[in-house]
Every structure is written in structure tokens, then in C-alpha cells.
Design a protein around this ligand. Structure first.
Ligand code: NAP
Length: 285
């Protein structure tokens, strides 16, 4: 029940009305009996500064940040975690005495299903497909896991070089970068293959970032991780499973980045399984 004391959480973005975050956060808040509500705020890029000041003025407890504001919000924050600075994007903001503070929980979200596998990553190699925003959280996550080699594969040589340069002097080492054509040589060495491109996402469900002939060369026992969560499985993960690879889809990353954010706002443990089940029910899974 919304009362006079109900506190506000939310997500800012544009577009944001399709966001799944209200579903999972409100399910968790209801389970906890916490007097909070989580809502989506559509905010145009030109209104970001005004909106962030307004969220402070009306006493919002904290909020998530999604496209197109993940980088643009950074100059508006009083504090940014070292991890978010290295990733170059903020997805979670909370109130401090000095103003808003921000971090990036996508890294923890990406890592959670890999850490659950309890593997020794020290000698492992990763191939990351794509060099966009999500790839940044993945590269930071791979570095945190302690992977020996992280190779980022992209289609645009200039963007790839800029991506590599952007890690210099940061908390995490720059990854190797390769053209898409290098995949047949990279895959047989890879213990972890991560798709961070939107190839195969609904409605392009027949598309795959890796053709079957290339996937056939993947290392036995490797993990195929697709950040996409609709459809489930994607064609990439279907093909990977057919070749005996362990598969992980993007739902758990979504759940775990949300759980990490809610823990920051509530400063207490949160019901992760309730969040997972709420999302699954919403997605019809
Ligand atoms: P983004 O910043 O637009 O990056 C997309 C990357 O994919 C870019 O490097 C782009 O290459 C590359 N790409 C796109 N189409 C391609 C194609 N046909 N061939 C080769 N490369 C292609 O997007 P993002 O924010 O990183 O999101 C990427 C995906 O991750 C989306 O499907 C999103 O839903 C998913 N995601 C999931 C979670 C989760 O919690 N599970 C979190 C974040 C993102 P160029 O740079 O050359 O354009």
C-alpha cells in the first residue's frame, strides 16, 4: 500500500517504459514489506540535469540509470565508485550527504552466474563479442575474475582501438582486440565466450553472432554466455548447447545487477529468488 511515508526508487532512461526493473524491484519490496515504490521515469537527454536535481529535491532514495544516460549522468554525481569510473558508466545512484553517489552493478550482475560455477579462472581465456556499453562491464568482470587473456572482437576497427585505449590507466588492464575474422583462431583457446552484441535478440531470433561452423571449433568444456534474455535460449546458446558447451543467458545478470542495486538502497539483504521469479513470470518463462 502506498502511504504518506512511502519512499521512492526508480529508473531513468529514454525509452524506459519497457523496463523490467519495476517488476522485479516491486516484487522484492512487497516480499520485504518495505514501504518503497519503484517507478520508471522517462527523461529526455536534454532534461537530465534538471531531472536529477528534481529527484534530489523530492527526496528520491535512489535510482537506476539506463540508456542514454549511463555516461551523461557521471558529471552530475558527487561520488563515483572506482569500478564505475573504469567501466565508464553508472547504472545505480544513491543519496549521500554530499549529493548523489553512483556505481555500476552490471559488473557484479555479469559475474554472479560465473562465480556460482566455482571454476579456477587463473589460466582461462575469454572471447567477448562486441565492444559497446555492455562489453565494458564484461571486460571489467573478466578482469575481476582474474582471467589470463581477454579478447574483444568487433566489426569496426576504429571503435575497437578506441575501446582498447579507454582502459589505459584504469583499474583494469586493457583487453586484446581482434577483427571478427580472427574468431576461428580465437575460439579453440576460449574457456568463456560472451555475446554482448544484440545479434539474436527478439525479434531477430534466427540470427546468431557465431555460425555453427565457427562454434564447432570451440574448446570442449567452454562456457557460452549470452547477455540477451529474450528469447531464451537464443540461437547462439542453442547451437552452443548442441556442441556440448555450458550455457548462461542474460536473465541472471539482469536479476543480479538489480539485487545489487536494491541492497545498496535498502542497506540489507534482498530476496533475489523473488526478483528472479517475478521476471520469469513476466517474461512467460
Ligand atoms: P551497444 O552499446 O549498442 O553495443 C552493441 C555492440 O554490438 C557494439 O559493439 C556493436 O558494434 C555490436 N554489434 C551490433 N550489431 C552487430 C552486428 N550485426 N555485427 C557485429 N557487431 C554488432 O549495446 P549494449 O548496451 O552493449 O547492449 C548489447 C546487448 O546486451 C543487448 O542485447 C542488451 O539487451 C544486452 N544487455 C543485457 C544486459 C543484462 O542484464 N542481461 C545488460 C546490458 C546489456 P559497433 O560498435 O560496431 O556498432
Amino acid at each position: 500500500m502506498i502511504t504518506g511515508k512511502t519512499q521512492i526508487l526508480g529508473v531513468i532512461g529514454e525509452p524506459v517504459t519497457h523496463s523490467l526493473s519495476p517488476v522485479m524491484h516491486n516484487a522484492a519490496l512487497a516480499e520485504l514489506g518495505a514501504d518503497f515504490v519503484y517507478v520508471a521515469f522517462p527523461i529526455a537527454a536534454a532534461q537530465l540535469e534538471t531531472a536529477v536535481a528534481g529527484l534530489a529535491a523530492i527526496g528520491v532514495t535512489g535510482f537506476n540509470v539506463t540508456i542514454p544516460h549511463k555516461q551523461a549522468i557521471m558529471p552530475l554525481l558527487a561520488e563515483i565508485s572506482a569500478e564505475a569510473q573504469a567501466v565508464g558508466a553508472v547504472n545505480t545512484v544513491w543519496r549521500t550527504e554530499r549529493g548523489w553517489a553512483g556505481t555500476n552493478t552490471d559488473v557484479a550482475g555479469f559475474l554472479a552466474p560465473l562465480q556460482a560455477l566455482e571454476r579456477d579462472w587463473g589460466q582461462a581465456q575469454a572471447v567477448v563479442l562486441g565492444n559497446g556499453g555492455a562489453a565494458r562491464a564484461v571486460v571489467a568482470g573478466c578482469a575481476q575474475l582474474g582471467l589470463k587473456v581477454v579478447s574483444v572482437v568487433g566489426r569496426n576497427p576504429d571503435k575497437l582501438k578506441a575501446f582498447q585505449r579507454s582502459w589505459q590507466g584504469s583499474l583494469f588492464p586493457p583487453p586484446l582486440v581482434h577483427a571478427w575474422e580472427a574468431l576461428p583462431e580465437l575460439l579453440p583457446q576460449a574457456d568463456l565466450i560472451v555475446n554482448t552484441t544484440p545479434i539474436g535478440m527478439h525479434p531477430q531470433v534466427g540470427a546468431t553472432p557465431l555460425e555453427e561452423t565457427v562454434l564447432a571449433g570451440a574448446k570442449a568444456g567452454a562456457i557460452a554466455y549470452d547477455l540477451i534474455y529474450t528469447p531464451s535460449p537464443t540461437r547462439f546458446l542453442t547451437l552452443a548447447a548442441q556442441h556440448g558447451l555450458t550455457t548462461i543467458d542474460g536473465l541472471e545478470m539482469l536479476v543480479q545487477q538489480g539485487a545489487a542495486a536494491l541492497e545498496i538502497w535498502l542497506q540489507s539483504p534482498v530476496p533475489v529468488d523473488t526478483m528472479r521469479q517475478a521476471l520469469k513470470a513476466h517474461l512467460g518463462r
